[in-house]
Each structure stands twice: as C-alpha cells, then as structure tokens.
Design a protein around this ligand. Structure first.
Ligand code: NAD
Length: 493
C-alpha cells in the first residue's frame, strides 16, 4: 500500500519511520466525522524491531545514575508545560472531549512526570546493619528490561503517561502501543521526550490492534506488560502475557456507582453527578454510571438532574469553545450506546431523557441520557455503557444500596454523597470496590496514589501510579554482607 506521509502516523523504533503495512485505521475528528490521520496497523515484524532497538539501549540507560535519569524527566516536564495548550488541542481534535477536559487529561499525565522526577528518592532501598552477627542486610531495586504499555482511546495523554515516565525513570526501556483511534497525542508525547534528551531506543511506539497486542504479550524479549482498556481485552492480555512469563498489570472496564443519601448537600451533589456522568461524554473508567437515590431523595434528584441536562450545551468541541459536552469516539461507539438505550427501554426501564435525538447533525454524538427504574436484572446494570448514560435505581436505605452495589461485577469506583460521618464510614468499610469517593464525584487517584481497581476492573497485583508503579517496574535484590574485621579477630585471623 502507498503511504501518504502527510496523514500516516509514524512509528518510533529507535528512530521515527513509516512501516510498510497492508492496513491503516482511520483516525477521526469525532466532532465532525472528518478523517484526520491514518494509523498503520503493524504486526510482529514492527514489534520485533522495537524490541531490538529497546534492548540495545537498555544496558546504558539502566546504569545511568538515577539523578541523571531524573534530569531527563525534569526537562520533559518543562517541555510538556510549555506545550500544554498544543497538547490539549490535539487531544480535543482526535478524541472529541472539550478543551477543558483535554487540559485535565494532559495535566493528570504531567503529574505522573512530576512524580517520576523524584525517582532517585523513590528507588532507595532499605538496610539493616547487623541483621545477624557480623552481617548487614540491604535491598536494592533494579529495572526489569523492555516494558510494554497498551492504552485505550479515552485519555490519549494521561493513560500512556501513567506508565512510561515511571518505567523509564526506573531505568527500563519502553514500547508503547497506543489506541489506534488516538495515535497523534502519544506521538507528540514521544517527540517531546526525545527533545528532552532521552537516548535513542529508550522509548518506542508501535501502532496497531490485536496483532501488535498479542505480539507484545508473547515476545520473549519483553519483561512486562501494562494494559488499560476494556475488561474482556484486559483478561485476554493478562492470560496471554502471564502464560508467557511476563509481569502483568491489566486494568479493565467499570460500572461506577453514585449513591445519594437524603442528607446530602443538594447543590454540590448535583454538580458532582453531572460531571461524573456526562464529563468526557461518559467515556471515563471512573464515570458515574449507576445512580442510587436512597429513600426519599429519588424524585427530587431526578427532577434536578433533568433541569441540568436540559441546559447542557452538546456541540462540536473543535469549533465551539462553549461546548460543555462533546461526541463519543466513533460511529461504532455511537451505535453501540444507542443500542443499549433501546435495550434498556425494551427491558422495562423509563427513558427520562433519551440521547438518541437532539444532537448535532455531523460527528458522533449521543446527548446526555437519564434512565429511571433500572433493576439489577437489566443490561444497563450489568454492562458497561461507556457513554453519557446515567441509570437510576431507588434503594430504600443504605444497607439495601450497599447490597445492590456489591452485586456489580466491576470494582473501580463508587461515591457516597452524604453529610453523615456514620453513613460515609459504613459505605467505605462495606463496599467491594477499590476507589472510593466521599462527596467526590470522580474519585480517580492522583499520581501519588495507585489506581486501585478491584474485581473485573483489574487483573494483577501491583496497580499503575504511585509507589505500586515503582514496585511494578523494578525487582528487588536482597544483599547480605559480611565485611567486619571483628569476625576476623574472633576467628583469630
Ligand atoms: P479496548 O479494550 O477496546 O482497547 C484497549 C487497547 O486494546 C487498545 O490499544 C486496542 O488497540 C487494544 N485492543 C482492542 N481490542 C483488542 C483485542 N481483541 N485483542 C487485543 N487487543 C485489543 O478499550 P477502549 O475502547 O480503547 O477503551 C475503553 C475501555 O477502557 C473502557 O472499558 C474503559 O472502562 C477502559 N478503561 C479502563 C481504565 C482503568 O483504569 N480501569 C482507564 C481507562 C479506560
């Protein structure tokens, strides 16, 4: 196939290049439906090239002192900040989220680079002199080698940056496989990383879909795989990469609960629910998806939400800076979400606001949707929608709400809105889920904490971000040393 280098996205395999591949994936501006770039769908050949480039760079990079590696991160941080608006605009162009949401995407990513700047301190081990007679004990942390990262479309800047800044700062070399739907931001992140002075081969990008993912999970030269995406693919990646002896962390999909007690503060609660359910057009793994209005609060909550939904400006985010909600990623997602709304109605739920109509004529829009009278038997309760659809349930009390919540097979996020410490404490202690909000609509941990999904939302042990990220990207040595003259003296040497 002839390559149009104006629209074809390059790979980074030591150097930037355009691979010879048979297939390309169209990249859209989701607000208009216009094709803006083409992603080369690579395979084992390109993965193998990247592994070779990375392996060549590993020994030198691993022995570069940690403070020198941190210097690259400091320069990278400065470059990301000086290109902040450019990066945010790029995210909006290929993902469709509003410019403010894109700024959040880039900012959360930069916070991981901030964290990685402290790598010299974070990598320090422990020691205990005289752990036994004449023996000193110490631990050290060392990099794994070639690490791979596979990322989804919904946060083109943040999710790749959950992984590679920490991996690289720890002394590893890295291969990123971004979502084929949003390759432009990751490529720009890579260009800036090289501009920051990262040696050739330490960071690489191979584009594609399942073929590249399977090659990364099975290539003998790769030590670890980090994955973020839907649950079925997370399970597949976990199974395949583990079977090939790799260290794996695989974050999956979600079905997050927003639980409102009658004693919640009305105004901040409403604003937080609107942001959680319809921010990023609902395409967030921490999006509020199931709304439980407990006891007497249900009707009032629904009416206030309807009023707020009717005021929300849904429009082309690349042309209208006043747009408050953008499109979903592509036509396939749009049709899937519309299908789930239709199925909810067929199963007996009440469509309070139906986002299948009232959208701009171009692009891939679904308007904010509110569905009431949802029950645990319905597909809207059990299946991730990943779009601007909020499903309401009406438990009678907190015990019933917690029991309902614990039937959700996922375990990413859940929030309680309440002014009662006792309600909050019971919620935090009794729910089966890894990231919990108390009066926080989207309890997504910042870079200093691990992104702690449970159940079907995570496969593995160590999560991305925070100290768990450092532990994931390093392995430990324990050293016992006997260097004491006293020993010689007692032995009569
Ligand atoms: P996805 O699972 O379709 O794709 C994720 C990655 O896997 C992409 O790079 C894609 O190319 C690749 N892929 C897709 N299908 C594959 C297959 N059959 N075999 C191998 N690889 C495959 O996810 P998406 O649609 O890009 O992103 C949305 C999903 O990601 C949602 O389920 C969302 O909840 C989840 N997500 C989870 C988190 C988290 O931290 N838990 C964060 C962000 C997104």
């Amino acid at each position: 196939m002839t390559i149009d280098t104006d629209t074809a996205v390059p790979i980074l395999s030591g150097n930037w290049s355009h691979p010879q591949v048979e297939q390309y994936h169209d990249v859209f501006n989701p607000s208009t439906g216009e094709v803006i770039a083409q992603t080369p769908m690579c395979g084992m050949r390109e993965v193998d090239g990247a592994v070779q480039a990375a392996s060549k760079a590993f020994a030198d990079w691993a022995r570069t002192p940690a403070p020198r590696r941190a210097e690259v991160m400091f320069r990278y941080r400065a470059l990301l900040n000086s290109h902040f608006e450019e990066l945010a605009a790029l995210v909006t162009r290929e993902n469709g989220k509003t410019l403010d949401e894109s700024r959040g995407d880039v900012r959360r990513g930069i916070e991981v680079v901030d964290f990685a700047c402290g790598i010299a301190q974070l990598l320090k081990g422990e020691n205990l002199p005289q752990v036994a007679n004449f023996i000193d004990g110490a631990t050290t942390r060392e990099p794994l080698g070639v690490c791979a990262g596979i990322t989804p479309f919904n946060f083109p800047a943040m999710v790749p940056m959950w992984m590679f800044p920490v991996a690289i700062a720890c002394g590893n070399v890295f291969i990123l496989k971004p979502s084929e739907k949003v390759p432009l931001t990751p490529v720009r992140l890579g260009e800036l990383l090289l501009e920051a002075g990262l040696p050739e081969g330490v960071f690489n990008i191979v584009h594609g879909g399942r073929e590249v993912v399977d090659a990364l999970c099975s290539h003998p030269g790769i030590a670890s795989v980090s994955f973020v995406g839907s649950t079925n693919v997370a399970r597949h990646v976990y199974t395949l990469a583990c079977a090939n002896g790799k260290r794996v962390q695989a974050a999956g999909g979600a079905k997050n609960v927003l639980l409102v007690m009658p004693n919640a503060e009305p105004e901040p609660t409403l604003n937080a629910i609107m942001g959680a359910a319809y921010g990023n057009a609902g395409q967030r793994c921490m999006a509020g998806s199931l709304l439980m209005g407990v006891g007497s609060i249900g009707d009032e909550l629904r009416d206030r939400l309807v009023a707020a939904i009717d005021k929300l400006a849904v429009d082309d985010t690349s042309a209208n800076p006043r747009a408050e909600m953008g499109p979903v990623i592509d036509g396939t997602s749009q049709r899937r979400i519309q299908g789930m709304i239709a199925r909810g109605a067929e199963e007996g739920a009440t469509l309070v606001r139906d986002g299948r109509s009232g959208t701009p004529a171009h692009g891939f829009f679904v308007a904010p949707t509110l569905i009431d009278d949802v029950t645990p038997e319905m597909s809207l309760y059990t299946t991730e929608v990943f779009g601007p659809v909020l499903s309401m349930l009406r438990p009678d009390n907190l015990d019933e709400a917690i029991a309902l919540l614990n039937r959700v097979p996922y375990g990413n996020g859940a929030t309680i809105f309440t002014s009662s410490g006792a309600n909050a404490r019971q919620f935090v202690r009794e729910i089966q889920c890894g990231m919990i909000g108390v009066n926080v609509g989207v309890p997504a941990p910042m870079a200093l904490f691990p992104f702690s999904g449970w159940n079907q939302s995570f496969f593995g042990d160590l999560h991305v971000q925070g100290m768990e990220g450092v532990q994931f990207y390093t392995r430990q040595k324990v050293v016992l040393s006997r260097w004491d003259n006293t020993y010689k003296r007692t032995q009569g040497w």
